[in-house]
Design a protein. Structure first.
Length: 108
């Protein structure tokens, strides 16, 4: 397994809309494409409290490429994104890292 660590910085004031988009649209579409989130977090203490962090699990880089591409091309995703971005983008920045677990990691 490999893991993807993603951090979203919403446009100021747009965190509630971003959380709703994930809860109501993104996660159900991911389920359809076999994308597995490990968890979601908001930052309480750190450089910015305006962050949504989540981790996805993948079988391999090829698995990620196949499933993520299918998600990005899904008309339901485009509809949800277009609706939530209707008054302007709600996401200012996305940071993504692909992580490989160490031999002593609880997640393998």
């Amino acid at each position: 397994m490999i893991y993807e660590h993603r951090v979203y910085q919403p446009v100021p004031g747009q965190m509630p809309k971003l959380l709703a988009r994930f809860r109501d649209h993104t996660i159900p579409i991911w389920k359809k494409h076999g994308i597995h989130p490990i968890g979601f977090w908001t930052t309480l203490i750190g450089d910015s409290s305006n962050e949504l962090t989540y981790i996805l699990s993948w079988e391999s880089l090829a698995d990620r490429e196949t499933r993520w591409t299918a998600f990005l091309n899904d008309p339901a995703w485009h509809k949800a994104k277009d609706e939530t971005d209707r008054d302007g983008p709600i996401v200012a920045n996305i940071d993504s890292k692909i992580l490989a677990p160490t031999d002593f990691s609880a997640l393998k």
